[in-house]
Design a protein around this ligand. Sequence first.
Ligand SMILES: [Zn+2]
Ligand SMILES: [Zn+2]
Ligand SMILES: [Zn+2]
Length: 150
Amino acid sequence: VTEQPSTQVETILDLLRSEGNRITTSRRMLVEALIAAQDHRTAEELTGEVQRRAPEVSASTIYRNLDEFERLGIVEHAHFGHGAATYHLSALRHGHLVCNECGSVIEVPDEIFKSLIDKAKSKYKFVIDPHHFAMLGHCTACSANLSKVI
Ligand SMILES: [Zn+2]
Ligand SMILES: [Zn+2]
Ligand SMILES: [Zn+2]
């Protein structure tokens, strides 16, 4: 389903309105930045993108907006190893395989975690959230380089 970016912006702004939020410049621009990105952005990067267009919006406002968006289920964040958390639209839910060496990210569907999730649940009654943290390892190129060294 490929919606036009402008329709996506309006859909999210409608959701915000229905939750009683005023559509301020910072909220609108944050939504636009997230949709334009179609990818992961740290809070700092999103702040930079909004402030390039609206320098008067403070970083703390944008961080607060991100928290609100997360509570409303519009965005979610994930951790890719040691760096800052990255945000993306919840509509794009998926897991991440991140290379320890070069930092490349492979986005994967939830099915890939299914047997792990099922086993953790049946054996340990533990419910795994496969999105919050990335699975770390080595991509093809980096594991090829590693095996050359070893
Ligand atoms: Zn977190
Ligand atoms: Zn790599
Ligand atoms: Zn992702």
